[in-house]
Design a binder for this molecule. Structure first.
Ligand SMILES: NC(=O)c1ccc[n+]([C@@H]2O[C@H](COP(=O)([O-])OP(=O)(O)OC[C@H]3O[C@@H](n4cnc5c(N)ncnc54)[C@H](OP(=O)(O)O)[C@@H]3O)[C@@H](O)[C@H]2O)c1
Length: 277
């Protein structure tokens, strides 16, 4: 499929990498953003239907990133998805999450909608991003306090590099055909935060610790850093699920979709070492 592609969330962690990987395949996608700047940028806001017609015009495939400020993903996206279908979009590749079952909360509801309505679709369900250590909530504590705070105990996660998620998305956006299914995406190994801390310690040459909190302590910490109480509790509860083994798995879907072995935590830390200096 070589027709025009729109990458929503095109300035974000996975979307920006999807854009780069499509360019590497010789495809120049439209970059969906609420604040267009570049010549390939398309103004797109899930909450502003006046942006839909121009953004979807001539588009055959879309990378879908749900708006990040609401848990009602389908409520926020449905009118945009319907506009995409009406404009002739054929293929949808949705970014969801490993813990979000089809028909469940957040992107799980969008997943079910795609099965019922989209001609061609794929749902990517990645485990936790390695970029959480280099670009998100774990970065500053690692750099400034030499610590990773979790309530995961010895729970293991198949951490995945956002570049590998993007490679899967790019492959599915341009493939001749797709299987209309979902893919749990992980890195090459399921590891605990102790192992992440040990890897950082070795690669940075200074001690980084994994500080084990209870779920309640972690929720309090999230709140003290400004998260609303309900969100802080939900986020901390996810660590409780990890401690119970919910994310302890590895799949070979990245290799099946891209032909490449996904990056390990050692490779990720080596490639992003400047993030913690
Ligand atoms: N971090 C993890 O470990 C993890 C694991 C599994 C799944 N996930 C899922 O990954 C998703 C986040 O993906 P990401 O990290 O690639 O994105 P991100 O870096 O958080 O960026 C989100 C993008 O969405 C755009 N956006 C926000 N609100 C929008 C709206 N109303 N309309 C249109 N665009 C909007 C923003 O672009 P502009 O500001 O340019 O408009 C931004 O580029 C979340 O749904 C999360 O649940 C995360």
């Amino acid at each position: 499929m070589t027709n025009t592609i729109l990458v929503t969330g095109g300035t974000g962690k996975t979307g920006s990498r999807v854009v780069e990987q499509l360019k590497a395949k010789g495809v120049s996608p439209h970059v969906g953003t609420r604040s267009p700047k570049g010549e390939n940028d398309a103004r797109f806001d899930w909450k502003d239907p006046s942006t839909f017609d121009a953004a979807f015009e001539g588009v055959r495939a879309v990378y879908l990133v749900a708006p990040t400020d609401t848990v009602d993903s389908l409520g926020a996206m449905q009118s945009g998805l319907e506009a995409a279908l009406a404009a002739g979009v054929q293929r949808f590749v949705l970014l969801s999450g490993s813990s979000l079952e089809e028909g469940g909360p957040m992107m799980g509801a969008v997943h079910a909608w795609l099965r019922s309505n989209a001609p061609e679709w794929s749902v990517l369900r990645p485990a936790w991003f390695m970029q959480n250590f280099s670009e998100l909530h774990h970065r500053n504590p690692i750099r400034d306090e030499a610590a990773i705070y979790t309530a995961t105990d010895d729970g293991r996660i198949g951490f995945i590099d956002a570049g590998d998620i993007a490679a899967c998305a790019a492959a599915l956006l341009v493939a001749g055909t797709v299987e209309n299914t979902d893919y749990i995406l992980t890195g090459p190994e399921a590891i605990s935060y102790d192992v992440v801390a040990e890897t950082l310690t070795y690669q940075l040459g200074r001690q980084i610790s994994h500080d084990r909190l209870t779920v309640d302590e972690l929720a309090e910490r999230h709140q003290s850093l400004g998260l609303p109480e309900e969100y802080a509790r939900a986020l901390a509860a996810m660590d409780g699920a990890i401690a119970a083994g919910a994310e302890d798995r590895v799949t070979d879907n990245v290799q099946k979709l891209t032909g490449k072995v996904p990056a390990s935590i050692v490779e990720f830390v080596q490639q992003n070492i400047e993030a913690w200096k």
